[in-house]
Design a protein around this ligand. Structure first.
Ligand SMILES: Nc1ncnc2c1ncn2[C@@H]1O[C@H](COP(=O)(O)OP(=O)(O)OP(=O)(O)O)[C@@H](O)[C@H]1O
Length: 317
């Protein structure tokens, strides 16, 4: 296909454009042009993203990659609506997301297979703990953060999760409603935006997705109940026979997910500090750090107890 820019309509999205392009044969087609935001290289590995897109697209995920340029890429247009946070918990959709996530986790991406979570958390921590803000109000708020405390939390959680033997899979790592699209007529669900994709712990991807039930207002009281989580796990573990999943497997995945859910709060909290300094987007990223870190602190005792009592159970249980 030969694409010609500048001869059609275009509609701007946050970091991209929907463009109508006339092909040589006269047909008008839609494509999306995505531009990388400035300074996103501090938190996103573009080489890894491009490599993953090739394999994920071959496995049927996301839009087709049509071209790459210095600060962005051209992709096929997906005819579907973007999900809202409340959509994600609808039982039929939750089951479909779980089923697709299982398939996503089965995609093999050649190369480095080490889970990236703790490398990235420590990389973010290093950058996030040595920032200086020109805005004195921001600097004042920033100085209220105890990085010794944050580091101690990271080290403690890393140690705890190391006992869980969570499977390592190619994870999406940012499965929020804005990255899920649904064509209602064809009943086809799309995962998009693989910017943060990497080999990672399975429980992180699921726990991170559950954290996104909170929606754009970050209302963490919307975190899925145990019943909702088990529904998701059944369809993740056994998409064809969800009712046959054993209690033991459900409980193991429950513990894994709700321990790594804590890591998702720490990851995005530190990410937000870097964004507060580097991103040109007018958003209260410092406030977002506190939202995620405070939620971590609120949940940590229960989640640590859950994991510790699970790990201390008699072996025959
Ligand atoms: N290939 C596509 N076809 C149609 N719409 C798309 C496509 N890719 C993205 N979109 C739409 O644009 C929105 C933003 O896309 P995307 O998440 O890739 O951009 P982003 O700038 O990385 O956003 P965010 O940082 O919020 O994840 C999506 O929620 C979806 O509505």
């Amino acid at each position: 296909m030969q694409t010609v820019f500048g001869c059609g309509e275009s509609e701007e999205k946050e970091n991209g454009f929907e463009v109508s392009v006339r092909e040589e044969d006269g047909n008008l087609i839609n494509i999306t042009v995505r531009l990388y935001g400035p300074n996103t290289e501090y938190v996103i590995d573009r080489e890894r993203e491009l490599q993953a897109i090739g394999y994920l697209s071959a496995a049927g995920f996301g839009a087709k990659l049509l071209g790459v340029f210095g600060n962005g890429m051209v992709q096929s247009f997906i005819y579907a609506r973007t999900l809202t946070p409340p959509d994600m918990r609808k039982p039929k959709l939750a089951a479909e997301i779980a089923k697709q996530l299982r398939r996503f986790h089965q995609v093999e991406i050649p190369g480095f297979r080490e889970p990236q979570l703790w490398n990235e958390v420590f990389k973010f921590f290093k950058k996030a703990s040595t920032l200086k803000f020109d805005d004195s109000e921001k600097q004042r708020k920033y100085e209220t953060i105890s990085f010794e405390e944050v580091e101690a939390e990271v080290v403690k959680l890393k140690e705890l999760t190391s006992h869980l033997a969570a499977p390592v899979v190619f994870a999406h790592n940012d499965l929020l409603s804005g990255n899920l699209m649904l064509n209602d007529v064809e009943e086809k669900l799309y995962f998009i935006d693989f910017e943060y994709g990497s080999y990672n712990y399975r429980g992180f991807d699921i726990g991170n997705h559950f954290n996104e039930y909170a929606g754009y207002d970050c209302d963490y009281s919307l975190y899925p109940s145990k019943v909702e989580q088990f529904h998701f796990f059944r369809h993740y573990l056994e998409p064809e026979k969800p009712l046959e999943v054993s209690d033991k497997d459900l409980q193991a995945l429950y513990v894994e997910t709700n321990t790594y859910m804590l890591a998702s709060h720490l990851y995005w909290a530190l990410w937000a500090l870097i964004q507060a300094k580097m991103s040109p987007i007018d958003f209260d990223y410092l406030g977002y750090f506190f939202l995620r870190y405070n939620e971590y602190k609120k949940q940590k005792e229960n989640c640590f107890l859950l994991a510790q009592s699970y790990l201390a159970r008699p072996l025959n249980e």
